[in-house]
Ligand binder design. Structure first.
Ligand SMILES: [Zn+2]
Length: 588
C-alpha cells in the first residue's frame, strides 16, 4: 500500500490549504482517519472539525466516499488506486493546530493528514504543488532521494511528528556537537536580538548534549513564533515549535522565560521522544493514551529546563532559587496538593489539567505534574548527589534509560523499570524514598533536600492575603478565583460574585489593592457583594502569604555541604576550586 500527499497553499488569506491524497490500496475499501489528538498535548482536539469537502479528484462508476464516523471516511474504489482531495481550515494560533495565513503557513500534520486506518507502518510522502508566495520550506522530514520538493517519512509516527513551515523568513544556522541547527524566528524581532537568542540557544543545546553524552540527531529545527499573547511549545523528535509573546522583551526575566521554554522543548528530544513511559508510543491517534508517568516526561523536563540555564550561566544561583521559590509558592498556595497525587494529575491530564483554563476551581482540586514533577526531580537529583558523594546524579539515570530502553530494547519503560534502572545506576532505592510523593497527595519536603547543599528557607515578612482573586468586567470587580487553602474558605463567597465594598469603602478597579494594603493579616472586615441581583454582606478574616523569596544560600555551611553545592552548581564541569573529594564520572 502506498500513500502520497500533495499540498497546495490554495487560499492562505482564507486560511485554507488543499490536500490531495493518492492511495494505492490493498483492499476493495479503504478506511481513512484523521487523528483526534497530538502527542505531547494530552487532550482530544477533534481535528476532523476542520476537514471539508472530501471528494475524489476523478471518480469512476461504482466508487464512493462516505463519512462513517466523526473521524473516519470509507473510500470504495474496488481496490483501484484513487486520488481524493480535501480542504483544511487552519486559523488557530497554537503549537498543536494549523495556522495558515499570508504571513506564513504552519502545517500541524495530525490536524492535516488523513491516514489509512491501522496502517501507521506505511511510508508516507508529501510534496508541495505550489509554495507561492513563500520562499522557504522548513521541516524535520528528510527529502526523498533525488527530489527537490518531496519529503518522505519512515512511518506515520514520524510523519505526524514533523510540522512543516512555509515562510519568507530565512533561518539562522549554528551547530553543536555534530548536530546542525536551524532557528527560524517569526515576528518583528530586531537582528541583534535574533543573534542574541541564537548565541544563547547554541550554548544551551551544547551544554545539554555534552551532559547527556551526545545526541542522535544530525539536524534539529527550532521554530520560534513571536507574537502577542502567545506562550507554549510542542516537542518533536528533531524539531520544536515554540511561541512567545515579545512584549516586554528583552526584559531579563522574560528573556530567561523564553530560554527556559527553548531549553525545555529541546530536552524533550531525549526525554519523551526517546526516553519515554511505555504508554507514550507507539500511539493510538484516535483516543486518549493514558499514563501515570507524566511526572517523568514533563516533570523531569521541567526540572532540567531551568537547571541547564543555571549550568550555562543564564541563571545566577540566586535567580535560579527565585524561580524555584515561585514554583514552591504555586504549590503551597493551592489546596490541590492535598487532593491530587502526581500520578492522578498525569492520568487525568486529558480532562483536568488540560481543561484548567476553563476550571477556576482547578487550583483547589488539582496540581500540575510540571511544577510538582520538577520539584520532585530536583529533590531526587539532590538526594542522589548527597548519597553518592557527587558521583552520580539524575542525569546518569536519564542516560541509562536512553541506552537501555530507547537504544537497546526500542521501547518505553514502566514505572517499576524506571526505579530499577535508577537503582542500577546509583545503588539507591529511589522508590522507597520518593514513591509516597508520587502516589499520594502529599507535599514534598523540598527544604530537606535543599538543605543538603546549604540552601535554606526563612520566613519573609508576611503580607496580607484576601484568599480570593478578582477581575475587572465592565468596571465591576468580579470574583474569579477562590483559594480554599486560605481562611476565606469559611466565608460564603462565590465565583462570579461582584465585590462592591470593603467595610464602608467602595471597591473600584483602581483602588482595591491599596484598600487591602491598609489591613493586617488576621484582621476581620465586612465585604459587600452582589450575587444574581441580590446584595449580600459577608465577614472575612484576612490571611497572610510570604512577601518575597524565602530561599537563600548559606555561606557558613559545612565544607562538605559547600562542596556538594559546587557539584550541583557546576555539574559536568571539572573545576579546581569546586572539585569535590569524590571523582566525578558523568558527562561521557
Ligand atoms: Zn514539555
Amino acid at each position: 500500500m502506498i500513500v502520497k500527499y500533495t499540498l497546495d497553499t490554495y487560499q492562505p488569506h482564507r486560511h485554507l490549504l488543499k490536500v490531495e491524497m493518492e492511495v494505492h490500496p490493498d483492499k476493495q475499501e479503504t478506511f481513512l482517519c484523521i487523528p483526534n489528538w497530538s502527542p505531547g498535548s494530552y487532550k482530544i482536539r477533534d481535528y476532523s472539525k476542520s476537514i471539508h469537502q472530501v471528494q475524489f479528484t476523478q471518480s469512476k462508476p461504482g466508487w464512493n466516499i462516505e463519512q462513517t464516523d466523526l473521524d473516519t471516511w470509507k473510500v470504495s474504489s474496488k481496490g483501484e488506486t484513487f486520488k481524493i482531495s480535501y480542504l483544511v481550515y487552519g486559523f488557530e494560533h497554537t503549537v498543536r493546530t494549523n495556522y495558515f495565513t499570508s504571513d506564513f503557513i504552519l502545517v500541524h500534520p495530525p490536524a492535516t493528514f488523513l491516514y489509512p486506518k491501522d496502517r501507521l507502518d506505511l511510508e508516507p510522502e508529501v510534496s508541495w504543488k505550489n509554495l507561492t508566495p513563500f520562499r522557504f520550506c522548513y521541516t524535520g522530514l528528510k527529502k526523498k532521494e533525488g527530489s527537490k520538493q518531496t519529503w518522505k517519512a519512515k512511518n506515520f509516527d514520524e510523519f505526524f511528528d514533523s510540522p512543516i513551515l512555509l515562510t519568507n523568513e530565512k533561518q539562522i544556522t549554528f551547530s553543536a556537537e555534530g548536530c546542525e541547527f536551524d532557528l527560524v524566528i517569526l515576528g518583528d524581532i530586531e537582528t541583534k536580538d535574533k543573534k542574541k537568542i541564537s548565541k544563547d540557544l547554541a550554548t544551551i543545546v551544547e551544554t545539554q548534549i555534552k551532559l547527556m553524552g551526545g545526541t542522535e540527531n544530525k539536524y534539529y529545527l527550532f521554530v520560534l513564533d513571536m507574537s502577542d499573547n502567545l506562550y507554549g511549545g510542542l516537542e518533536h523528535l528533531n524539531c520544536s515549535i515554540n511561541q512567545f509573546d515579545p512584549n516586554g522583551w528583552p526584559n531579563p526575566d522574560n528573556y530567561r522565560t523564553l530560554l527556559e521554554l527553548l531549553s525545555h522543548e529541546y530536552f524533550h528530544h531525549w526525554n519523551v521522544k526517546r526516553i519515554r513511559p511505555i504508554a507514550l508510543g507507539p500511539f493510538d491517534y484516535q483516543k486518549p493514551n493514558l499514563t501515570k508517568e507524566l511526572w517523568i516526561a514533563e516533570g523531569i523536563t521541567s526540572f532540567f529546563d531551568a537547571y541547564f540555564l543555571l549550568l550555562c550561566g543564564s541563571y545566577t544561583p540566586q535567580q535560579y532559587l527565585n524561580k524555584l521559590w515561585k514554583d514552591i509558592q504555586e504549590l503551597e498556595e493551592s489546596l490541590g496538593e492535598s487532593w491530587m497525587s502526581l500520578e492522578d494529575s498525569s492520568f487525568t491530564a486529558w480532562t483536568k489539567y488540560y481543561n484548567r483554563p476553563f476550571d477556576p476551581n482547578f487550583s483547589n482540586t488539582g496540581i500540575s505534574y510540571y511544577t510538582k514533577g520538577a520539584i520532585l526531580s530536583l529533590s531526587i537529583h539532590l538526594y542522589i548527589l548527597k548519597e553518592t558523594k557527587g558521583r552520580k546524579s539524575l542525569v546518569d539515570i536519564m542516560i541509562a534509560l536512553n541506552k537501555q530502553y530507547h537504544q537497546e530494547k526500542k521501547r518505553g519503560f514502566t514505572k517499576a523499570e524506571f526505579f530499577q534502572t535508577a537503582k542500577k545506576v546509583t545503588g539507591l532505592d529511589l522508590k522507597l524514598e520518593f514513591d509516597t510523593y508520587i502516589t499520594e497527595p502529599k507535599r514534598i519536603p523540598v527544604e530537606n533536600y535543599l538543605h543538603l547543599i546549604g540552601v535554606e528557607r526563612t520566613s519573609s515578612k508576611p503580607k496580607i492575603e484576601s484568599g480570593f482573586r478578582v477581575k475587572e468586567e465592565r468596571g465591576r470587580m468580579i470574583v474569579s478565583k477562590i483559594l480554599l487553602s486560605k481562611s476565606v474558605k469559611e466565608t460564603d463567597i462565590n465565583l462570579g460574585d461582584e465585590w462592591i465594598a470593603l467595610d464602608d469603602k467602595r471597591i473600584l478597579p483602581g483602588n482595591f489593592k491599596e484598600l487591602l494594603s491598609q489591613y493586617q493579616p488576621g484582621k476581620k472586615a465586612d465585604l459587600l457583594l452582589s450575587r444574581r441581583g441580590k446584595i449580600l454582606k459577608r465577614k472575612i478574616k484576612f490571611d497572610s502569604s510570604p512577601s518575597g523569596n524565602e530561599l537563600w544560600i548559606d555561606e557558613k555551611a559545612k565544607d562538605s555541604v559547600k562542596e556538594l553545592r559546587e557539584v550541583f552548581l557546576h555539574l559536568g564541569k571539572e573545576s579546581e576550586t569546586s572539585k569535590p573529594s569524590a571523582k566525578k564520572t558523568r558527562s561521557k
